[in-house]
Design a protein around this ligand. Sequence first.
Ligand code: CTP
Ligand code: MG
Length: 706
Amino acid sequence: MNVCRTTGLTVEQQERWPFLYSHLSSEIEIPSLNAMDEQFIIEMDKEISRILKHIGDGKAKSRESLTRHLKGLLQRRFQRNAKVEAFGSSVTGLSLGTGDLDLCLSFKKEQPKKVLRKVAGLLREEGMMDIQQIPRAKIPIVKFNDSRSGLDVDISIENRLAIHNSKMLKSYAQDKRVREFILMIKYWASRRGINTAYEGTLSSYAWTLMSIQHLQMTNPPVAPNRQSGNKPNLVEINGELYDISNDSSPFDSENKQSLALLLITFFDRFATRWDWNEMVVSIRNGGPLNAEKKRWTHTGPLPLEVVTGQSKNRMEHVMPIEDPFDHEHDLSRIVKAEGAMTIQEEFMRALHLLSEGKSWKEICTPVMEIDEEPEDFFHDLRTQNIDLLKQSLEEMKLEVTQVEEHIQSLVTERQNSKELLDLLRGTLQETRNVKSNRQSILAELRPLSMKVQVLRQTRDGINERIAIPTKRIRQEMVRMFDSLTAEVDVFNTQNLGKEKGDFSYFFELQAMYKASIQSNEVHQEFIRLRREQNKEYKALKKTNSKEEDVLNRLIEKNPELKGINLHPKTVKEFQQNANKLQKSINIQYSKKHEVRREIGRIEAWIRIATSKGKQRSKRDSKPRTTRRQAPAVNINEVRERASTGGSFSLNELDALLSKGGISGIESKDKASTSNQSDRKKSGRKKSTYRVDLRQGRKRGKKQSRK
Ligand code: CTP
Ligand code: MG
């Protein structure tokens, strides 16, 4: 293996972190971003505003409806005890449209036991995909994917601090420049693959805090410190007190630097000027905290020492970033050595590319394949023959019908399967009742049988010794008594020996009589218990036939149950089958949405193309002097209208798209400020239209979730 003598990095690692490697091996100087060309900054700003128009929360509607759906689901499951709140980028306004949906499930009273498992089970029943439970984390989480919207969702339990910090981030993001700056950092970090906490890089949240820190440190500051000078607002969460005070008032910055310049200084700061050994990112402080004072110095090995195998110890505070409310929480705790190397590499790379005058787009080149929205929405249709397009439109419509039929049959199958499942569960419950009845009878029978046995043995033991029936003993006793107590015939007296014998015989008879009476009593008890035992046996027999009756009755009512083995295992199999069917249904729904979206897009293009054709043919067939001219499209005016949210016709839209699309619209801040309230009204109306275009979705009645 070829290993660098200076750094210890293997060739593979050198290729993986080339910029960092060059610096570590002292091959190149760190470039300075002090004197950037003004024209470059202007161009970069234009590029950024184009990108900003393309990103945004394209999935906002799906998020909203999924949030509503999950809230309903969880609240039905846990009744009034549960509270479901969204947090993270869906509420802060800092979503790139690619982020996950973060929900917090909290409980007003006691938290149900095994809550994570219950939530996961519920999601499974709903047909959610890739469900993962992380129960042992400080904040337990269930992660899953909603295949219908494609959204990744995290449901965390009692993550109340996150609700509060999201509110504060929202206050920071109310400022357009702050929001756009954070979005650009998140955009860069996500495209460069360094915003995945579970893979050992930093979370989007951490990048957001770093962005705010930078904006607080510019001169003059672009962002305020929203936590200083407030009256404390203490909340207790899990026995800890947190000050969640947040000054949410608008902040008017005297700093007028453009986004491009702010981004350049961000990279300059964190790539070269920030000493991670001594400085802790702290937005609550408005600037770095001293790591030593905070006792957050980097005590473990360096990332380089870990990746080169020189140390296997744990890294401590490798890029310390303090949570604004939970001051003991370092957001770099999850950063792994490889992640830290990649983050440093990305800072170095950005620095180099900027110093070489490379575009922002190039700096943000995705490291993995991602679906980019084409700038021109109809780009692939422009060269196609309209008749062929119409033909494929018909085929697609047919496909939608087929998919719908398929969905219907799957839904019916699942419904049947679910009904049978409920039936099975009910049947098992009913037979379970009979079974438990039998168990209690058996529980009584066992000691009874033992008593009967003991009585039988006692009785038989006595009877073995005394073969004569009690009646006969009594008669004999009476006879002997009479004989022993009769008047003495002096002429005929018995001899003494005989008299003694009679007396002992009488005593013998007396003992026998006593034992015989005891035997009789035992026998009576024996008979009584036997009767009781017989009664229990009969009841037991009855339960057997009752179980059979229950089954027969159920099978008679539901012939589907015939031949099914009534066992908990069978119930599990049926449940799995229902889940599988739900998955197939979800796949078919996505397919249907996709085809319908494409139909909408092609239909829109055909309308545009044919209306253009009509105008052209009208123009061609009539003499110039008499024809009614189609209104000429003034592209600048259309752009102006589009940027301010005004309406435009289909051929204006086409013209707009063919001249660089919506991305070509320049920001019209000046015009917009003069008539803000009007713009807001029409902008709201029009923005749906614009979002639709980007998403390529034809808006219509939404399929309700089944
Ligand atoms: N959060 C937190 N502590 C962390 C990570 C996250 O409190 N260590 C909370 C924050 O409230 C944050 C939210 O979780 O706003 C969501 O985090 P994350 O998904 O990283 O940020 P988003 O802004 O939602 O990013 P994305 O759009 O990429 O999902
Ligand atoms: Mg998120």
